[in-house]
Design a protein around this ligand. Sequence first.
Ligand code: FNR
Length: 380
Amino acid sequence: MTKPLTIADLKKMAQRRVPKMFFDYADSGAWTESTYAANEADFRDIKLRQRVLVDITDRTLETTMIGQKVSMPVALAPTGMTGMQHADGEMLAARAAEEFGVPFTLSTMSICSIEDVASVTTKPFWFQLYVMRDRGFVLDLINRAKAAKCSALVLTADLQIIGQRHKDLRNGLSAPPKFTPKHIWQMATRPLWCMEMMKTKRRNFGNILGHAKGLDDLLSITTFANEQFDPQLSWKDVAWIKEQWGGPLIIKGILDVEDARHAAETGADAIIVSNHGGRQLDGAPSSISMLPKIVDAVADRVEVHLDGGIRSGQDVLKAVALGARGTYIGRPFLYGLGAMGKDGVVLALEIIRKEMDITMALCGKRDIKDIDSSIIAGRQ
Ligand code: FNR
């Protein structure tokens, strides 16, 4: 294949390189995947306003997210088991993001640990927290993120229970995991992936490994994690987490105006309008369709970010036009990682940056900070 030009090209490459069960893990949504599909489709319905004969020299995409400088308003979203798309995946993605000048967010459910990522980066990264029933463990994670000098805590609010993803169940990627001859065959047909994986020792949930006695194999860790998501998590816990953390806090998984108001009241620095990439409540609206209402309700009090369905620089620009200060990409960087390792993540970011830059110019704008709803022509 010639050099990938789009995120869709990277996706095709990743599909050929990553064992099916792990590619499907990245590529799946909950139940009928209708929300997953709507996240992407609703971006396509938004039309841009073409402007001509205005000076478009000296363009810049630089801005800030929660007051931190970013080379473009795109961060890497937290994604679990990233180290299964490519060996040492979180470390590679973090370095790609650092090179690019955008934030990397490490998931609680990552394969590489907080300390692994800190050991290969020179700038602060962000840490995503799942609140577990075991608050001692939560506190331990917060303290480890502090020790690693993480510059934001992303608190995920939309996973108190796991949305069912049929592909994962059909592939047997459930807890407890069962490695059947089918899985071994899937891995054997991806020799490059296997070779890389054999070179690394990081094949388990790095942040959980060794947390408690007996938590040292994939089965016990996965079982522990699934039992640990806390169905009683409430706004009161957010105040406790904010106090323990003491740094910039981002609440992720807000899709409702009323919840956005609650989140703004907690004094969070930002919220992420998100439906977990369509992996939780199937049938929920797309993130981009909810963005304008949430921006209207709370953007004067809290920074509003968005993720879900971004597949191009045009999508980022549309989200910014509708009021998002920043955006996040999940699957696009995972496809890049699966396809080409660190270079693939850099390429995914380059593709998005180029598309955003050209689109901004053709809309007659030079500075991302000047982007507003005036670049939107309407919806179809
Ligand atoms: C996720 N997401 C996620 N979110 C989170 O807060 N913690 C996590 O561990 C994970 N894990 C995870 C794994 C995989 C494979 C995917 C695809 C997603 C959700 C993620 O942060 C983000 O909300 C979505 O990925 C955004 O949608 P797109 O960009 O993938 O369409």
